[in-house]
Structure formats: structure tokens, C-alpha cells
Design a protein around this ligand. Structure first.
Ligand code: PLP
Ligand code: COI
Length: 354
């Protein structure tokens, strides 16, 4: 145990809710474990993290989070292997991205040891909450927001960093049908699209609701300038397979630099699959769907893992995608899950023991 881990205080819950949870029928992110991590930023410095029973928090109505939306988050998962050991997947990348988001939103960066050691201490305490059933895992939600008060439109002087845990099943239930967006935009050049800022998600809700009314689950965002290029979906990066080539768009300041995305690029290369990271036009995808060379489309993300897309809509037409027996989506999902659950050798060095 290092110095930081030793300093983290733990106040244990008097009772546990674990017996009330149906681990065989978990939805995504709707039940929470017995404890959470809280860390306060006051007087220009982060205090040592504390682990306390999961409970409501008290904030002033004038806290800047409510008015100016200074709020960021991360999405991670903890996996339990057959021997009962707990693993994280590329957690240092999540910490790095958290601080990239923090910087963009004028939130003070959190030291690596508070993030990593805080999370590991919390996970060791909540070990029994990590589901072992196929397709389930413990979803980890680190988040950070302006708790400092005042109506002046400027960064707050106080912040909270917290981590909550939710035993979770699949993010999508059933087939994924997406709509390629032609009117609204998720982000713009020079904006905050690359940050996991809460407001990026709030801004997606209305266009996504419109798409849901038309029978789609998610929107695929296109570039704000021309709506001609495929960017990403609401909660995942996008891959398309044209003939045998796997293609994904380049990251930019409009797109989240997904950890699953970059892992899939490496896995696909390792499998000998031709991979291209380049701009993808909507026209190219629609034409490929029409002439049969569009073999697959799938989303990639921590919550979504690898989610095959069954159909996409564009210009009032739906294009169905075939279900391939040995799809790239399936191969990528198996490889990544086998690494995450410690079922296969991790040649990339991504797995991290808790
Ligand atoms: N894009 C968006 C907008 C997301 O919210 C997510 C989820 O975190 C992703 C992509 C995928 O990122 P990652 O693979 O790091 O979870
Ligand atoms: C994740 O995949 O972890 C995310 O943060 C996406 C979220 C919208 C559920």
C-alpha cells in the first residue's frame, strides 16, 4: 500500500443493500453500491479522499455547477476473473482524459494517486458488488464538479471529485438502430466535444429524443460544418467495415478520444485486419450500403463495449446491415472482453490489477 492509499479514510456503512440486488437482471447504472469516494478542493488544494457510505450530498443552491455547468465525468468498469481477482482496463488513460476534460472546463486537475488509489481502495471495499455473470460488470463513474458558490460567471473556488459504483448489465437492450444526424450538432471546432463534459450529453438529449420518436436508439453525429462526415455516436465511437477494411474517423477537438476505440484499432492490426483511420463521408457509407460493400457498422465504448449496429437511417431511408457469423464486431468484442476479464494473455499491457 502506498502513502496515499494509507491516508484515505474509510467510514463503513452500518448495513449493506447488496442482498436487495438481483444480479441476474441488472440494468445499466441504476443501482449503486454501499460506499462512494468524496474528495474536496478547497483553499486552492485537493484534500485527501474519503470513502463514506453512499448517500445524498448537500450543495448550496448557488453552487456554480447548477448555473454554469462546470462538470465532467469518466466511465470505467471493474471486472472480476474466475479466481475472484479484480481488474481495471487502462485506468491511467481514464485519469489522463479526466484531467484533459478538467483543464478544458477550468476545473483543477486531480492528482493521479487520488484517482487511482482512491478508486482501488473503494473497489477493494466493494469487491462483492462486482458481478461475475456474462455481460455484467461494475460500472465506475468518477466525476468532478463546481461546488463553490456564486452567480458570477467565472470558475468556482471549490470543487468535489467523487466516484460512485453501479453493478450493471448491457447498455443497449435489443438491436441498435442509429440515425445519421443532418440538422443538429454535438460539438464544433474549438468547442468542448473532446471533453467528457456533462453539458455535451445534455445537448444531445433533445435531438436524440427526436430520433427515438422515429424508432432509433442513438444519433450518429456528423461534423457541424457540413454534416457530410461521420463523427461519433452519443455514447460511443463508430467503426464501419467496407469490404474487409475497418475504418474509423480521426479524433479531433469535436470527438471523444475513446479508450475502447484506440484499443480496437490495435487489436484489429494485431489480427491482421486492414485498418484505416480517416475521414468517412456519409455518402461513402450510404453508397456502400446500397452496393452491398458495407459489411458492418459498430459502436465502441466502455458502457457499450462493442455494439453492432443493425440499421442506420439517413434522408428518411433505413439501411439494414447483415448479421455476419464471424463479424469484426464479434471478434473485437471477444478479444477485448478476454483481456478485461483476465481470460487471455494481455500482450498490450492494458490490464491493471486492483
Ligand atoms: N464517445 C462518447 C461521446 C462517449 O461518451 C464515450 C464513452 O465514454 C465514448 C465515445 C467511448 O469512449 P471510451 O471507449 O473511452 O469509453
Ligand atoms: C461510458 O461508456 O462509460 C460513457 O461514459 C458513456 C455514457 C454516456 C454512459
Amino acid at each position: 500500500m502506498n502513502d496515499t492509499a494509507q491516508k484515505i479514510t474509510v467510514e463503513k456503512a452500518q448495513t449493506s443493500k447488496i442482498d436487495q440486488v438481483d444480479f441476474d437482471n441488472l440494468s445499466f447504472g441504476s443501482v449503486f453500491t454501499d460506499h462512494m469516494l468524496v474528495c474536496d478542493y478547497k483553499n486552492g488544494a485537493w484534500e485527501t479522499p474519503k470513502i463514506i457510505p453512499y448517500q445524498p450530498i448537500t450543495l448550496e443552491p448557488s453552487s456554480k455547477i447548477f448555473h454554469y455547468g462546470q462538470s465532467i465525468f469518466e466511465g470505467m468498469k471493474a471486472y472480476k476473473d474466475a479466481a475472484g481477482d479484480t481488474w481495471l482496463f487502462r485506468p491511467f488513460d481514464n485519469h489522463k482524459r479526466f484531467n484533459i476534460s478538467a483543464k478544458r472546463m477550468s476545473i483543477p486537475e486531480i492528482p493521479e494517486e487520488y484517482f487511482i488509489e482512491g478508486l482501488k481502495t473503494l473497489l477493494r471495499l466493494e469487491k462483492d458488488w462486482i458481478p461475475q455473470s456474462e455481460g455484467s460488470s461494475l460500472y465506475i463513474r468518477p466525476f468532478m464538479f463546481a461546488s463553490g458558490k456564486g452567480f458570477h460567471a467565472s470558475p468556482a473556488d471549490e470543487y468535489k471529485f467523487m466516484i460512485c459504483l453501479a453493478p450493471s448489465g448491457a447498455y443497449f437492450s435489443g438491436k441498435v438502430k442509429v440515425l445519421i444526424e443532418q440538422t443538429y450538432s454535438r460539438s464544433a471546432n474549438g468547442g468542448v466535444g473532446y471533453a467528457k463534459a456533462g453539458g455535451n450529453y445534455a445537448g444531445q438529449f433533445y435531438p436524440t429524443q427526436l430520433a427515438v420518436k422515429k424508432g432509433y436508439n442513438q444519433v450518429i453525429w456528423t461534423d457541424d460544418n457540413t454534416h457530410e462526415y461521420i463523427e461519433e455516436a452519443g455514447a460511443m465511437n463508430i467503426f464501419v467495415r467496407i469490404k474487409d477494411t475497418l475504418i474509423t474517423g480521426p479524433t479531433s477537438d469535436r470527438i471523444l478520444d475513446g479508450i475502447t476505440r484506440k484499443s480496437i484499432i490495435e487489436i484489429a492490426k494485431d489480427e491482421g485486419i486492414p485498418v484505416e483511420v480517416r475521414k468517412i463521408t456519409v455518402t461513402e457509407v450510404v453508397d456502400a450500403a446500397k452496393n452491398g460493400s458495407l459489411k458492418e457498422m459498430f459502436g465502441a465504448g466502455t458502457a457499450a463495449v462493442v455494439s453492432p449496429i443493425a440499421a442506420f437511417g439517413y434522408n428518411d431511408t433505413d439501411y439494414d446491415l447483415p448479421e455476419l457469423p464471424n463479424s469484426y464486431a464479434r471478434r473485437m468484442k471477444e478479444r477485448i472482453i478476454d483481456i478485461q476479464y483476465n481470460k487471455a494473455e494481455d500482450i498490450f499491457g492494458w490490464r491493471h490489477k486492483v
